[in-house]
Design a binder for this molecule. Sequence first.
Ligand code: S3P
Length: 429
Amino acid sequence: MEKRLHAQTKGLRGTIEIPGDKSISHRAVMFGALAEGRTTITNFLEGEDCLSTISCFQEMGVKIERTEEKVIVEGAGTNGLLEPRRVLDVGNSGTTTRLMLGILAAQPFHAVVVGDDSIAKRPMDRVTIPLRQMGAVIDGRDNGRFTPLSIRGGDLNPLEYVSPVASAQVKSCVLLAGLGANGVTSITEPHLSRDHTERMLQAFGVELVRDGLTVSIAGGQQLKATDVHVPGDISSAAFFLVAGAIVPNSELTLKNVGMNPTRTGIIDVLQAMGADLTIENERVENEEPVADLIIKTSNLKAIEIGGALIPRLIDEIPIIALLATQAEGTTVIKDAEELKVKETNRIDTVVEQLNELGVHIEAREDGMIIKGKQRLNGGTVDSCGDHRIGMMLAIASCLTGEEVVIQRADAINVSYPMFFEHMNKSNVK
Ligand code: S3P
């Protein structure tokens, strides 16, 4: 689908209800499926990625019902999943792939995992290496580095794993496999990645021990169903936070934004750049902090972004790159080589697509160097099948009076199906 944006705007104004968090929605379905009892999920993100998770678990015999306001999961228990008759199709979703592989590793049956062309390029050895060490039998393309993958799980040995990457998907995969192992499994990461798995497993009655960058889990624990209310996704809010800060004459209120400290790197960046941002109504819902955010057009200055901050804003870097084009000075993004193995190589896609709109960004091996302030022009760009590139380009269109055409804009449905509706609603024409 091609989207034509006549982004003439007198500013972005109004209130946006931020849709449910993608990471938390996936986990609520998976943990609900493994639990004993019924889990009711509210504010579930109806994005394509999370729907892939639902259909994979339905394929393994889990009863999952969707209504307008909720998703009801009838838990099968840790031993109740059934051997799937068909391949498990993860679509575009890395989270479904890697977390589900951890669950499958502990199941005494065979399964085949496939996804789309983007998934087929993403490294799976980061999870197949530890899972094989625990005893799962895995085969797949390029000796199990890429999908399609086949896995036969069963009796697992515990593992003390030191992960070379700060990845919540790797951490969650190992912890979920550890639930089915004979003993205590631990994972240590180089920097803290998002901790939704740890928080939600605890809400489902599982005991975990954290010691610095190491988390341990004892095998054999049962999950007890609990209701989950999903907070708004800060990674979706990020597009409107940046839009509010850089589009002249804007003021946006973003409601129900998840403020888990492992995810709030974008807030730190906006504050360090000098953005006019107010945090209101801070509260905790279901083990997760939540707040409302008010952002106004701001005078921004460049900053340096790297180190432990990177995992706290990894999904926001495409929109932070656009933000940096409107900040006075030179912004440096470093230590972010993980960008190369996201839905696309996000260093290349950001640089190439913004270049089509007249923006110059220098690509680096581990990030980007961005000079501000730059003027944008209209043009034809491509999401490259990457939802976050598509949304970043749509926000970029608000900075030019000229037409911007976004090819493959439907990729946005992966994480934010209401995106254009929210953008239109807040656009003062
Ligand atoms: C996610 C973790 C991150 C993030 C992805 C969702 C999760 O990936 O980029 O969008 O839900 O655990 P990595 O763990 O691979 O960094």
